[in-house]
Design a protein. Structure first.
Length: 298
C-alpha cells in the first residue's frame, strides 16, 4: 500500500472510530488498545504496526472481545489458555493485568510467529506461546479459564468442533470457565474456500475447494457443542446484523477491496449491528457468545 492510500485508510479509520464512540459501539476499549499497541510497535520499527493503526479490531470482534472480557474480569483467573484467538484479546488481558498468565496455542506457524514477535517486542510478561492444535495439548494440565474466540467453526472434520470443545472443557480445573464465540445464521451451513486460509491442512474436496467454516443455528449449537459439554451454558448472548444480507455484502467488498473497506469496521458495527435477546429475534447472521462453568468438585 502506497503512502497516500495508507493515509486515506488511516483517516477513514480514525473518523469511523470517532463516530462509533458517539454511537456507543461495543468494544471501543479494544479499539483504543489496538491503536496504542500499533503505535508502540511503530516506535520499535515493526511493520505489524500498520494494520493495527488502521484496523485494530475486525468487524464482529467489537462484540466478541468485550463479551469475553466481561466473562473473565473480576473472577481472579490465574492460569489461562487461549485456543487460537485473535492475539489482541490475550495481549489486552495480560497488559491490563486481568489474568496472571496466558498460554496461547495456534497451529498456524505464521500466526503464532507473529504473536511471538509482538509479545517479544513489547516485552509482555506472563505470556507464553506454542504452535499446536487442541488435540496435542497435555491432558494432565489444568487451566482456570479457557477461551476460543471465533475458532471452533474453522476446525475441520465431521466432529472437529465437537471434539475440540469436549477437550477444552476437560482441560478446565475445578471451578474453571470455558468461553466460546462462533458465527450464527438462520440455518446451519458449511462454507468452503479455494485456499487454506488458516493453514489447517484441510483436504481439497471433489469440487476443488477446502473446508473453511461452519455457520451455526440454534439447533446445531445444541447438538454439536452444548450436548458435548453436557450442561446448559451459564451465559448465552447473541449479536448480529440489523438487516439480513448486510454482512454478506460487506464480505464481498472486503474480499475485493481489503483494508479500504475494513478501515471503517467500528462505524459499521455501531450503525448496522446490535445485540439480541434470542436467536429467534435475529434477522440474519451474527455471532453467539457461550460460557460453560465447571463445578468445584468436578
Amino acid at each position: 500500500m502506497n503512502l497516500s492510500r495508507y493515509l486515506l485508510a488511516l483517516t477513514t479509520s480514525l473518523l469511523a472510530s470517532l463516530g462509533a464512540r458517539v454511537l456507543r459501539a461495543p468494544g471501543m476499549s479494544f479499539d483504543t488498545f489496538g491503536r496504542w499497541t500499533g503505535l508502540r510497535l511503530a516506535v520499535r520499527g515493526s511493520k505489524k504496526s500498520a494494520s493495527l493503526l488502521i484496523r485494530p479490531v475486525s468487524i464482529v470482534r467489537y462484540f466478541e472481545f468485550p463479551f469475553a472480557l466481561a466473562c473473565l474480569r473480576g473472577w481472579g483467573f490465574r492460569r489461562c489458555l487461549d485456543i487460537s484467538s485473535p492475539f489482541l484479546f490475550s495481549l489486552f488481558m495480560r497488559c491490563k493485568g486481568i489474568v496472571d498468565h496466558v498460554c496461547m496455542i495456534n497451529p498456524d506457524p505464521h500466526d503464532i510467529a507473529s504473536t511471538v514477535e509482538i509479545v517479544s517486542l513489547l516485552q509482555v510478561k506472563g505470556f507464553t506461546t506454542k504452535q499446536a492444535t487442541i488435540k496435542e495439548l497435555d491432558e494432565s494440565n489444568r487451566y482456570n479459564a479457557i477461551w476460543s474466540i471465533s475458532v471452533i467453526e474453522h476446525i475441520a472434520g465431521e466432529n472437529g468442533d465437537s471434539d475440540a470443545v469436549e477437550k477444552m472443557f476437560s482441560l478446565l480445573g475445578p471451578g474453571g470457565r470455558l468461553i466460546l464465540t462462533l458465527p450464527v445464521g438462520r440455518e446451519h451451513l458449511i462454507q468452503k474456500r479455494g485456499e487454506d486460509i488458516y493453514s489447517t491442512g484441510s483436504p481439497v474436496s471433489e469440487d476443488g475447494l477446502r473446508f473453511f467454516q461452519r455457520v451455526y443455528d440454534v439447533r446445531s449449537i445444541k447438538e454439536r457443542l452444548v450436548n458435548v459439554v453436557g450442561r446448559t451454558p451459564t451465559v448465552c448472548r447473541w449479536f448480529g446484523e440489523k438487516v439480513s444480507g448486510n454482512y454478506a455484502e460487506y464480505e464481498k467488498r472486503w474480499i475485493k477491496d481489503g483494508i479500504r473497506v475494513t478501515a471503517a469496521d467500528s462505524w459499521r458495527i455501531a450503525r448496522d449491528y446490535q445485540e439480541y435477546e434470542r436467536w429467534d429475534d435475529m434477522p440474519g447472521v451474527g455471532v453467539c457468545g457461550l460460557v460453560f462453568d465447571k463445578k468445584g468438585k468436578e
